[in-house]
Design a protein around this ligand. Structure first.
Ligand SMILES: *Cc1c(COP(=O)(O)O)cnc(C)c1O
Length: 364
């Protein structure tokens, strides 16, 4: 039996494999978060974070000491008034959960739901916005549970026709794997976790927030505290955070942002596209089908329909013996699908090792 990797490699859609160099960057001596060294670190991250979200003059990027879900709560609380509705676009488990987060924060939630595996279309959003005012439209760019990349630029164009409707975007599993243009597309909140295509350990999240979003926050009385954008803004102006931030993860982010610049964004995005295309080719040639709608396949994670009905738990066990962790279907798609994550710092050779191991299982 050949074990292709020297430790268990994660091919799950988060957390993903983290390079040794990035793990080691966390091991630097601690600094106080009210020190000049920390302010320098914060200020050093900011331009590169802004660049990664396509942020311009009217956005800043906050560092959240939480996973990405914390920014769901931040966006729902700060950008939607209690007496005005929010429109959630739902086509999978994560977009469904964000709608639940808005409800849990007392917001009035309307939903456009399409069958899982399909993308939400701009015409559907246009139709809903014609019917009534929404304080915000909340959507997931890359629905990790179904492997669907929603047509965000086209949806953004529709929403931007309504000055008082904010556009809140979960880019958790595609930020750093596909282009995001907060300024050019007119996005108000774009949120991302560290442990997906950014390939950092979990525990820190980033949110690009527009001036328009902050203006909305000013009209809202109960924004909470830990995720209050106005509090975050006050400290952000001093290159700081209200509470103690995950400093070690910020050291790692500093290193990783440099590495991504060195690779080049275009090259990074192209690598993700190539990994996705290679995965699609394998999927089809082995008698499986893509679960995601044609034309909307995710560049970072493929949801595969188990058409031939292979014993997936047996394949998972087979792969685990070979140092490979592969994810099953998420939520109600468990059994029907499995997922291959091809995001982060994964190289084609890594993917080929996975595909070879899966072939060995299928041929056994
Ligand atoms: C993983 C994921 C989340 C949850 O992020 P956490 O960092 O675990 O809070 C939210 N949305 C999408 C699309 C995801 O893939």
């Amino acid at each position: 039996m050949t074990v292709p990797f020297d430790h268990e490699r994660l091919f799950i859609p988060g957390p993903v494999e983290v390079r040794r160099e990035i793990l080691d960057a966390q091991g630097q001596w601690m600094i106080g978060h009210r020190s000049q060294a920390f302010a320098d670190l914060y200020a050093r991250l900011q331009p590169r974070l802004k660049e990664s979200f396509g942020a311009g003059e009217s956005h800043r990027v906050y560092t959240y000491t939480s996973s990405g879900s914390g920014i769901w709560e931040s966006a729902s609380r700060n950008c939607v008034r209690d007496d005005q509705p929010v429109l959630h676009l739902v086509n999978g488990a994560f977009s469904d959960r964000w709608a639940q987060v808005s409800r849990a924060n007392g917001k009035q939630v309307d939903v456009i739901e399409v069958p899982w595996g399909q993308a939400v279309k701009p015409e559907q959003v246009a139709e809903a916005l014609k019917q009534k005012h929404y304080d915000a439209v909340a959507m997931v760019y890359n629905e990790t549970s179904t492997g669907v990349l929603n047509p965000l630029p086209a949806i953004a164009k529709v929403v931007r026709g309504y000055e008082d409707t904010l556009l809140l975007v979960d880019a958790v599993s595609c930020w750093m794997g596909t282009p995001i243009e907060a300024e050019a597309w007119g996005l108000d909140v774009v949120l991302a976790s560290s442990q997906k295509a950014f390939a950092l350990p979990p525990g820190i999240a980033f949110g690009a927030v527009s001036d328009r979003a902050l203006a909305r926050a000013e009209t809202i009385t109960h924004r909470g505290y830990y995720f209050d954008m106005l509090v975050l803004e006050k400290y952000h102006k001093r290159n700081n955070t209200p509470a103690t931030p995950p400093i070690s993860l910020m050291f790692a982010a500093d290193k990783q942002l440099d590495a991504i610049r060195a690779e080049g964004y275009e090259n990074r995005f192209r690598r993700h596209t190539m990994l996705a295309e290679r995965t699609h080719e394998w999927v089809r040639s082995r008698g499986f089908e893509m679960f995601s709608e044609e034309g909307y396949h995710s560049p970072t994670v493929s949801a595969v329909r188990n058409t031939p009905g292979i014993d997936f738990p047996a394949m998972q066990a087979f792969l685990k013996e070979r140092g490979i962790m592969l994810g099953g279907g998420y939520g109600k798609l468990k059994g029907e699908t499995f997922r291959i994550a091809h995001m982060g710092d994964l190289q084609m050779a890594d993917l080929e090792a996975l595909l070879t191991a899966m072939d060995a299982f299928l041929e056994a």
